[in-house]
Design a binder for this molecule. Sequence first.
Ligand code: GLU
Length: 547
Amino acid sequence: MDLKKLAAALIPDKGLLPPEKYEEIFPPREVSKGAEVTRLAPSPTGFIHLGNLYSALADERAAHTTGGIFYLRIEDTDEKRKVDGAVESVIRSLKYFGIKFDEGAEIDSPLNNYGPYYQRRRAEIYRSFAKKLIEEGLAYPCFCTAEELDEVRKTQTEGKETTGYYGKYAKCRNLSEDEIYKNLKSGKPFVIRLKSQGSIENKTTFRDAIKGDITVTENDQDVVILKSDGIPTYHFAHAIDDHFMRTTLVIRGEEWLSSLPVHLELHKVLGFKPPRYAHTSSLMKMDGETKRKLSKRKDPELSLDYYRKAGYYPLAVVKYLMTVLNSNFEEWSLKNPDGDYRDFKFKIDKMGKSGALFDLEKLSDVSRTEISKLSAEECFDFLNEWVAEFGAEADVKHFENKDYIVKILNLIMGTGGKKRRKDIERAEQGVRLMDYFFDDTFKPEYSYRFDKETVNTVLNEFAAIYDPADDNSAWFAKVKAIAPKVGFAAEMSEYKQHPENFKGSVSDAAEILRIAVTGSPNSPDLCTIMSILGKERTASRLTSAKI
Ligand code: GLU
């Protein structure tokens, strides 16, 4: 068969560059020895998830700890799944977590010499190589319809055979020249398939950068490389793009491991040296007693938007993911509590070989710790950003008064020193913790442990003597002074010695005041709360809280 003629009939595009030309257009990168070139290659479906961030962090760390390059490629071969704005959303979401690309789609960079970075815009490159494979007898047209393929699959399933297009089932592999041209003439749609040279009798061992040595059976499937619309499949695009974008390390989910034999064969027939592969374990969660994969349907925490909306501190999410990526990060982090996670020596081969457990509780813990390290000003900026995007109208209004919020934050978080409070875990919750400092969001439900007369006497008496100029000890002396008026012990020591002599103690008096002013029996330092609220508002709360 005249394969050159066949290739021209199947891929008639005039002016396609010869394949070898691309080696010149995309020369090996000038990076130092050992530098990793990595990429994130999402489909623009608009759903950016924790797995993407997890991978992106591994890619970014692998590149940037070795002086390499991390780029963004958009795998948009499936037009149906494409969502407008998805690429910007990937970039924005990752940037929120402090992850930036050096190069790639929509990235303004002098390094952008290996594009286009959208697969749909690389059609000519794929076609040029598909044509070459046809000319070499390593690819052929397949005219099987979806129904015919279904039929084959049914037969294979019933006979408990491996499904797919291979061996005797690869019907179009042996079409005669006449049959091919007849089909073409009648306008039958066709795909281009690889003519696999492999055999399931052969095994090869390959070294995964995470999972170690893996022995796989050679591919014998005549996989589709170009679909009927001329767009490549993932397999074909992956081999060509990662070769010409000069990726050194392909970090991707372990769901691709089963396709690896196909990818190895494609690299071989295309004459490319395969990149190193690192297949990451899936993110898992505990569901009761069992461990299972995070699922889009069941777990809102799979979506990255979840973390932004709930207002987790972005650096905390990254640091927590670092502990999932490299188990020795936690130890490093304890030794370097104020260290930049970028100084940690990330190692791809230290990643877990199986199921990486993602635990929201632990993330919350890291988030509380990270937020507790912020100054009141930094915390204001963090909360303010959340409020601007997700806060209620009232929150936005409250945050216009920065000085007031900073005062509250100084109180809530503790000012300096070692004894930082760890009240705030997420922006949303931090903002809600401040509700009682504003009259429009102060919605108390007074629940006192004492009778009406006791409560009202404490409130009246204190309102009469409260002075916002009082420091902590003057303030407390006043609370002590009113305690005996309701039969409470003024000194805790007195009360502890003879509780039977008293209705309560000075701390019960303080609790009544606390409930009146904040709506809750638990709050940070009440004297400071009162001084932040000011005399008038404190007085009015004491009055309204009477029963
Ligand atoms: N587009 C593929 C995905 O989103 C990328 C896999 C890879 O990283 O090679 O799953």
